[in-house]
Ligand binder design. Structure first.
Ligand code: SAM
Length: 208
């Protein structure tokens, strides 16, 4: 099985390949924008839905998409078993453009699949379709000369430059931007990724 063929990976996995525990990023989203009113949230590249279903359980109005049919089927099953609704659908990040707004746009472990020449347009589309005071919460794998390329040769993936993600949000409020080096054994071979994570808040108008 090739690691990067998520359709096969999700279909071949009995249960949930990524588990069902939400990522740390989800907790930060909840602390920055608690669901004290109905907030819309989009999870881009939601995989099998651990984060999307967590957000729905917290009370957000969640939509989520992924490239894989098998992933989306699992999102729906997980949502059903948690007795919540997630508007989950199949879409390709390179082709899908938002035409309505969200309070929160979230993506973890996915934006390296955007073709580099489409980054400006796609991040521009996400910025445009974020409500005022809303959040974009994203992480990206970044290139570092001291970190070996990952063992799984993902030809459709392109690492970002360190700091590049921040530049897209220079005119928003940076709630948090960080860089970390994480251990990963998702391909069965222990390796490292360098990662940038951003929580940026859209601010229109001038502060008094
Ligand atoms: C590392 S997994 C992360 C899944 C999920 N965000 C999570 O944290 O559990 C990467 C996900 O990106 C999805 N993906 C890859 N290429 C994609 C594309 N072109 N459009 C949408 N999703 C894509 C894969 O199917 C996979 O579910």
């Amino acid at each position: 099985m090739e690691y990067h063929d998520y359709e096969k990976v999700y279909r071949a996995t009995n249960g949930y390949y990524w588990g069902i525990a939400p990522s740390q990023m989800c907790l930060k989203v909840v602390s920055l924008m608690p669901p004290d009113r109905l907030l819309t949230l989009l999870d881009i590249g939601c995989g099998e839905g651990k984060d999307a279903v967590f957000f729905a359980r917290c009370g957000y109005d969640v939509s989520a998409f992924d490239l894989t049919d098998a992933g989306i089927e699992k999102v729906k099953q997980l949502a059903k078993s948690a007795n919540v609704t997630v508007n989950a659908f199949t879409a390709d990040i390179d082709k899908y453009r938002l035409d309505s707004n969200y309070d929160i746009i979230y993506s973890s472990g996915v934006l390296h699949y955007i073709k580099p020449e489409l980054r400006d347009e796609i991040i521009g589309n996400y910025r445009l379709h974020t409500n005022d005071n809303g959040l974009n919460a994203f992480n990206v794998f970044v290139e570092k000369p001291f970190i070996a390329p990952p063992p799984e040769n993902e030809e459709h993936a392109s690492l970002w430059l360190s700091g590049q993600l921040l530049t897209y949000y220079h005119d928003w409020l940076t709630e948090e931007f960080s860089e970390s080096v994480i251990d990963c054994d998702s391909s069965g071979i222990l390796h490292k990724h360098a990662m940038n994570t951003i929580f940026a808040r859209k601010k229109t108008g001038k502060l008094a």
